[in-house]
Design a protein around this ligand. Structure first.
Ligand SMILES: O=P(O)(O)OC[C@H]1O[C@H](O)[C@H](O)[C@@H](O)[C@@H]1O
Length: 497
């Protein structure tokens, strides 16, 4: 089979219900189970033939070699001349990098033991300050897994809007607060300003040695020292761990402290299990690869501009925003690794929400709107609540029924009340939501992003697109630079002459 996009573009476009009718084996061939997670792509337009064509394309794009290079610690982030080693944090990768990660985890564990033993005083509150990858991952973990623990009260603050910090100041006791400053670069404006204000709040409220209560999580320890953090409380991680891939590193500290060390280790083990699946399984049976094939089918062949994950589980309510950074910052690119224009759409816009809430708000567009939106349902079989079974039963049945309705549609005489159907969805069903399964789920998404990037020929691991806005904000702050009339007017209105 020719291994290019045209093969995939010329595949027959058969409606979903016909695909089921024509192939009694469809469900079995388009679903699989890995690491306590069931994946079902049978309600997408993928077919065994489409998968075979994508496997050929992946071969032509050198996916296997690129995957080996990723796990081998080679420089795959070419524009920044760096290896990409988040998998080493969970024990999978170049042995030297794995050893470095283990050593940094050991230091993190020792510090957590010391905090638990009250070496830094009677800590009850943990104020974690970071933004982007230094906040979204920890926030997801703590929110998803920390509901039933009373170990520590963890707050994650990212926004430079002082309102975000003030909310936490109102409920935290400064005398019992640990301040965690998380920044890979230790230069991010928002984080450094928030950290300074938090230190000031501690000082103003009588904490004698506020610096003694600061933990820094960073790949730039020198900057943390310069900022005043004692070396014994700097938990560094490797430069080769990207910001949006960093929750496995010491950036996961608030999760490890808030959930306990065993939970953090289980998270890493679950991710490692997905790593091994991704590294060792045939692409036709490989969960991250199949998910990426479905993504690419819709962006390239059906011209879908967005994709929408809906978490049918309150505990996973932060998953869509976590995925927005992971997917859009990684694959929202316009040039290939060789600097050429990609010439085809790259990442879909990731949006989504929480079920069942979203059904009563945005699902109208999914069922009858004019955009094709591949939907992803994420649900958990074991309930997170102890109320009557009705709650969880309603939650799951709604998720399943939505997928069925999108596919089946409904034709009636009144066009306003008709549903076209043939709208795709995939389902990700976790046995339970524990650290291990969540680790595997997040690693699945990471590798899916990687496969998308390789097939598109782009570098998923840089993010130069965020720089220009930062530069211009800095210039505006420093003054002396002339902007366009609109921007000048806005500055004038907000701050006067
Ligand atoms: O961890 P930091 O160095 O503070 O960076 C925080 C975040 O800001 C940057 O602008 C990037 O877009 C993100 O990828 C990064 O996670």
């Amino acid at each position: 089979m020719a291994a290019d996009w045209s093969t995939i573009e010329s595949l027959p476009q058969t409606p979903l219900l016909d695909l089921f009718a024509n192939d009694p084996n469809r469900l079995a061939s388009l679903s699989l189970d890995v690491a306590g997670i069931h994946f079902d792509w049978s309600k997408t337009h993928l077919t065994p033939e489409a998968v075979a064509a994508f496997v050929e394309l992946a071969k032509a794009k050198g996916l296997a070699a690129k995957r080996d290079a990723l796990f081998g610690g080679e420089v795959v982030n070419v524009t920044e001349g760096r290896a990409v080693e988040h998998t080493a944090e969970r024990g999978e990768g170049n042995p030297e990098s794995v050893a470095t990660a283990r050593a940094s985890h050991a230091r993190m564990r020792a510090l957590i033991d010391a905090i638990e033993a009250e070496a830094l005083g009677p800590i009850r509150h943990v104020l974690h300050i970071g933004i982007g990858g230094s906040a979204l991952g920890p926030d997801l973990l703590v929110d998803a897994l920390g509901r039933d623990t009373d170990r520590y009260d963890v707050a994650i603050v990212s926004n430079v809007d002082g309102v975000a910090l003030e909310e936490v100041f109102k409920r935290f006791d400064p005398a019992a607060t640990l301040l965690v400053v998380a920044s890979k670069t230790f230069t991010t404006t928002e984080t450094m300003l928030n950290a300074t204000s938090a230190l000031q709040w501690m000082t103003e409220n009588g904490v004698e040695d506020p610096y003694g209560r600061v933990i820094a999580l960073t790949a730039n320890p020198d900057k943390a020292v310069e900022w005043g953090v004692d070396e014994t409380r700097i938990l560094s991680f490797a430069e080769s761990v990207g910001g949006r891939y960093s929750l496995w590193s010491t950036i996961g500290f608030p999760a490890a402290l808030g959930l306990g060390w065993d939970a953090f280790e289980e998270l890493l083990e679950g991710a490692a299990e997905m790593d091994r699946h991704f590294r060792l399984t045939d692409l036709a049976q490989n969960a991250p690869a199949l998910a990426a094939f479905a993504d690419l089918y819709y962006t390239q062949v059906r011209h879908a501009e967005t994709r929408a994950p809906f978490a049918y589980d309150e505990r996973l309510r932060l998953l869509p925003s976590y995925l927005q950074q992971l997917e859009m910052e990684s694959n929202g690119k316009g040039v290939t690794v060789d600097g050429e224009a990609v010439g085809r759409p790259t990442a879909a816009i990731t949006w989504g929400g929480v079920g069942t809430d979203a059904q009563h708000a945005v699902f109208q567009l999914l069922h009858q709107g004019t955009h094709l939106v591949p939907v992803e349902f994420i649900a958990v079989i074991e309930p997170g609540d102890v109320l009557s079974d009705d709650h969880h039963r309603q939650l799951l049945l709604n998720a399943f029924a939505q997928g069925a309705a999108l596919m089946k549609g409904k034709k009636v005489d009144d066009p306003a009340r008709s549903y076209s159907g043939d709208r795709p969805s995939s389902t990700i069903l976790l046995d339970t939501l524990d650290p291990r399964t969540l680790g595997a789920l997040i690693a699945f998404y990471e590798h899916r992003v990687f496969v998308n990037g390789v097939l598109l020929g782009i570098n998923s691991f840089d993010q130069f697109g965020v720089e220009l806005g930062k530069e211009m904000a800095k210039a505006a702050d420093q003054g002396g630079q002339e902007f366009d009339p609109s921007t000048e007017d806005l500055i004038q209105r907000a701050f006067g002459a």
